[in-house]
Design a binder for this molecule. Structure first.
Ligand SMILES: [Zn+2]
Length: 487
């Protein structure tokens, strides 16, 4: 049996991340626009990119207009619970409505692994996450622009959100040894779900660090792909062909403009968990400067996209407060909670307890990279509107089904001859609440286990679809409980 993913594996990844600046020579480059650019290492900069005068100007909050809710991106609170800070809301985007609290599935490369994204509609999951880093490298953001944007390209006319690409780039700074999840001291201790997965697929979701590193190792033996972090941005090498690339706040926004998601995120800096307060403070300031530049770039041509700020400060209450105060003074459309979220679930809980009450309630918020059920339940009560994680889909491909009774390892021998309805094991066998996935409707755990042992990809499809349906039902229950003032 494979061990289930570790609860705080990601946090451990974060703890090992570095923001150290290296001295290796690098070239300054915008993201590659296509395969030729990858190969030719053509380095394009944006006209204002290196203008210190511009930077000085945009660091002043009064350089930005007052926030006005945009007609293409509206936010409405449907009900606030009388028992907690929980709220049910409706976000309207150019590609449809998002009902919150919402779980956001991660479609790293513009695709959910193993299942078509129509599954999201069936599972009642409105919003899908796409990873800019991966789309930059393949097929390239200008390719998506040519295709008419991500919605046309992937054939999904529903809301999407993209990250800046920064998380995956910073993840490249990890060593292979650091990716060994067995070394994590914080194992899942309640047997009922866990945070994210064991592939570093945490913040902003996406193909994990281990996968990036393993790909990197294939072509570029053991080399650290993260080359340099400085005020301008972050320089790294493509795991695909070794090309040196640079991600700046401006180039990330431009790439996200071409990708065309409904909600986009500014470039931010990720730090390890156990850095000094001084280092953390400096990093928060840099993230603020990068986010300010990102917003400035975004507002030049909004293109019916909304941009959320990313609140930083680790688990330090003073820095989180400072981050909220600074970012809420700028005309962002919503607030994401990023950076290190603590070394375990308890620290996340404490963080949300002091952070959520100071985040303005007039805009939507999003907790980056959290997908375990206890953390979602707590986050919902604290007023979090949406959560993204690759956890449910990633564990599905590695033997785990989510169930009413806790995670079920379908590779266990006891299910090998379970020919009855999966609901007998997974729960939800009655009424409207029963799971409507293909596995639960048509198949058995015995068949699933057989497919898995035979390495038939359909095993991963069935398990992934089930877990997404499970998350959809879970969030629907949270929404109903809020409407009924039960939580
Ligand atoms: Zn099911």
């Amino acid at each position: 049996m494979r061990s289930p993913p570790l609860c705080w594996a990601f946090t451990e990844r974060l703890a090992m991340m570095t923001t150290a600046t290296t001295t290796r020579a690098t070239r300054i480059a915008a993201p590659p626009s296509n395969r030729n650019l990858h190969r030719g290492i053509i380095h394009r900069t944006f006209a204002h990119q290196n203008s210190s005068a511009d930077r000085k100007d945009i660091s002043k909050n009064d350089s930005f207009p007052e926030y006005v809710q945009k007609p293409f991106f509206t936010f409405e609170v449907l009900h606030e619970s009388k028992r907690s800070r929980a709220r049910a809301c409706k976000i309207t985007t150019p590609h449809g409505t998002i009902f919150t609290p919402a779980f956001v599935a991660v479609g790293t490369q513009g695709a959910l692994k193993a299942v078509p994204h129509s599954v999201l509609d069936d599972a009642n999951l409105d919003l899908m996450f796409a990873n800019t880093y991966h789309l930059l490298l393949q097929p390239g953001h200008e390719h998506l622009q040519k295709a008419g944007g991500i919605h046309k390209f992937i054939g999904r006319n529903r809301p999407t959100i993209s990250d800046s690409g920064g998380f995956q780039v910073f993840s490249l700074g990890l060593d292979a040894d650091e990716l060994d999840e067995s070394k994590s001291p914080n194992k899942n201790n309640n047997g009922n779900n866990n945070n994210n997965n064991n592939n570093g697929e945490r913040n902003h979701g996406g193909t994990g660090t281990k996968e990036l590193k393993s790909r990197g190792k294939t072509k570029h033996k053991q080399q650290n792909l993260l080359e340099k972090v400085d005020e301008d941005g972050v320089t790294f090498r493509s795991y695909r062909d070794g090309t040196t690339l640079k991600l700046t706040p401006e180039s990330s926004v431009q790439a996200q403009k071409n990708i065309g998601c409904d909600i986009i995120l500014p470039l931010d800096e990720l730090t390890k968990y156990d850095i000094s307060l001084q280092e953390l403070s400096e990093s928060v300031d840099r993230s603020h400067r990068w986010e300010t530049r990102s917003l400035y770039e975004h507002l030049k041509n909004v293109k019916e996209q909304a941009m959320y700020a990313i609140i930083h400060g680790g688990v330090d209450e003073r820095l989180r407060k400072k981050s909220v105060e600074y970012l809420t003074s700028l005309p962002f459309d919503g607030y994401a909670i990023g950076g290190s979220l603590g070394k375990n679930r308890e620290e996340l809980k404490e963080l949300l307890q002091f952070l959520m009450p100071i985040i303005p309630r007039d805009k939507p918020n999003h907790l980056l990279g959290i997908g375990d059920l206890p953390s979602i339940a707590h986050g919902v009560r604290m007023g979090v509107d949406s959560f993204d994680s690759a956890y449910p889909t990633q564990i599905a491909r590695h033997g785990t089904l989510l169930s009413e009774n806790g995670p079920v390892n379908y590779r266990k021998s006891e299910y090998r001859e379970h020919f009855g309805k999966p609901a007998e094991i997974l729960g939800n066998s009655n009424g409207d609440d029963e799971c409507k996935c293909l596995l639960c409707r048509k198949h058995s755990l015995s068949y699933l286990a057989h497919l898995d042992r035979a390495n038939e990809p359909m095993a991963w499809s069935l398990a992934t679809e089930h877990n997404l349906h499970f998350m959809g039902r879970t969030m629907e229950r949270h929404r109903q409980a809020i409407m009924n003032d039960e939580i």
